[in-house]
Write a protein that binds this ligand. Structure first.
Ligand SMILES: Cc1cc2nc3c(=O)[nH]c(=O)nc-3n(C[C@H](O)[C@H](O)[C@H](O)COP(=O)(O)O)c2cc1C
Ligand code: SF4
Ligand code: SF4
Length: 448
């Protein structure tokens, strides 16, 4: 069985699965139950001056049968006294010396940072995570994302933390920034030993249309919250990958955002994360999900012939390229499996109205759209496919006109029914190649 243990900027953890700083890591009792369930580490709910929260404070987006595809919250940092949290951190570290306990921190003045860091380190935490990401409530007080959006400020506060800390300093970044690399470079200049991302994304989850008040509603008013859960995973993956490929960063990354199973975790690790953190999925399904995450990741690593999770780290980063380096000669076309097709025609509608008008039904030849590149009528395949379920309602693809956009495969309700078949090509040609040898040009923009 593959070795799942990691070392993150000197912090050891039996596996890469950490609770994110959030309600599941709010108390010692929860963190200990999580460790018993299998979690390798926990980033404690952000500590600072305890706050007063609103009621209500969460809102969710359901999508079809899926509850809480996206979660929005206006919760602030811990509402529990610092002494209580510190006592519990001490207790957790005593009982679980081999698990990673990281104290998430948010405060204001240099002196406040000094005192807070000293106190959490005295309690025995293994590292610190500076919360520069919270996009609601705390940013209005000059903390959270208001720091994470200002590179100079973020660099300076990170350097304060480095001045006082004896344990590794991680910085948790906000996704609410135009350029994640700029802010990450700033905190690395400030001395950060590691980066955690993403925190939640500034959002309004919806509107109560009877009361005409946004959600989540606090009396007759509402404010923006932070968005997370499965819906944000693609945004988080992009930001993690952007930092992982940046040579100027060079510190370990803790990937966060929409992770709910081992596949999500493996994707974050393949794009450069050393550890992964989870909030929404634990709030939804409980600590027990980590069992499947451990089993799934181990089996995957075994199947890939990897002896350790460290071998997976960053393995997909090299395949991430700028658009201009992609091969414009690479071509796929849709292929429909007549035996599993149920004849729903969703692919026909999608291709006709939302793509390139090249999926048809029926045995007759079809007129191509006026923009078609291919001359003449589209010819149905011969022999004509008769489906086991759909009979002669199985659609067919006019291959010369298929641009391989994937849309039909994405809408098809039958897994594996539409596959994308590679069309062999004997040469590679990118947009950058075309610019280099004068077949294309970089427009001069508004100065041209
Ligand atoms: C209710 C709630 C409270 C949160 N509180 C904190 C917090 O105190 N400190 C922090 O750094 N992040 C906080 N977060 C953000 C999470 O740690 C995490 O970055 C975010 O939810 C994305 O991960 P997910 O998609 O797994 O939920 C909170 C998130 C939620 C939903
Ligand atoms: S891949 Fe795109 S263009 Fe090709 S058949 Fe499917 S929807 Fe149409
Ligand atoms: S969407 Fe899939 S199942 Fe439906 S008709 Fe097209 S190929 Fe068949």
């Amino acid at each position: 069985m593959a070795d799942l243990s990691i070392e993150f900027a000197g912090i050891k953890s039996p596996n890469p699965f950490w609770l994110a700083s959030a309600p599941p890591a709010n108390t010692g009792d929860q963190v200990m139950r999580a460790f018993d369930a299998g979690w390798g580490g926990a980033v404690w709910k952000t500590l600072g001056d305890p706050i007063v929260n609103t009621s209500s404070r969460f809102g969710g987006i359901d999508y079809g049968p899926m509850k809480m595809m996206g979660l929005n919250n206006i919760e602030l940092i811990t509402d529990r006294p610092l002494e209580v949290n510190l006592r519990e951190i001490r207790e957790v570290k005593k009982r679980y010396p081999n698990h990673a306990v990281i104290a998430s921190l948010m405060t204001q003045t240099k002196e406040d940072w000094k005192v807070l860091i000293r106190r959490v380190e005295d309690a025995g935490c293994d590292g610190l995570e500076l919360n520069f990401g919270c996009p609601h409530g705390m940013c209005e007080r000059g903390m959270g994302s208001s720091v994470g959006q200002e590179p100079r400020l973020a660099e300076e506060i990170t350097s304060w933390a480095r001045e006082y800390a004896k344990t590794p300093v991680l910085v948790k970044l906000t996704a609410n920034t135009g350029d994640i690399v700029e802010i990450a470079e700033a905190v690395v200049r400030g001395g950060a030993h590691g980066l955690s991302l993403i925190n939640t994304i500034k959002s309004i989850i919806g509107v109560d249309l009877d009361r005409l008040v946004p959600l989540p509603r606090v009396g007759n008013a509402a404010t923006n919250g932070g968005y997370c859960g499965p819906a944000v995973k693609p945004i988080a993956l992009q930001m993690v990958a952007a930092l992982a490929r940046e040579k100027s960063i060079g510190v370990p990354i803790s990937g966060i955002g929409g992770i709910g199973d081992w596949r999500d975790a493996a994707e974050f690790i393949a794009l450069g994360s050393t550890s992964v953190q989870v909030c929404t999925a634990v709030m939804h399904y409980g600590f027990r999900i980590v069992r499947d995450m451990i089993d799934g990741l181990s089996s995957y690593l075994d199947a890939q012939g990897m002896k350790s999770v460290n071998e997976l780290r960053g393995r997909a980063v090299g395949a991430y390229k700028e658009w201009g380096d992609l091969d414009l000669n690479y071509q796929v076309v849709a292929a429909i499996d007549s035996q599993t097709c149920i004849g729903c025609q969703l692919c026909v509608v999608a291709c006709n109205d939302g793509a390139h008008q090249c999926i048809f039904t029926g045995r007759e030849e079809k007129a191509r759209p006026t923009h078609a590149h291919t001359v003449g009528l589209a010819k149905p395949p011969s022999p004509f496919p008769i489906g086991a379920i759909a009979g002669d309602r199985v659609p067919w693809v006019d291959e010369p006109e298929c641009v391989g956009c994937n849309l039909c495969q994405l809408v098809c309700p039958v897994t594996g029914c539409i596959t994308m078949r590679e069309v062999p090509s004997d040469s590679v040609d990118s947009w950058n190649d075309r610019v280099r040898d004068g077949r294309d040009r970089i427009p001069g923009g508004i100065h041209e």
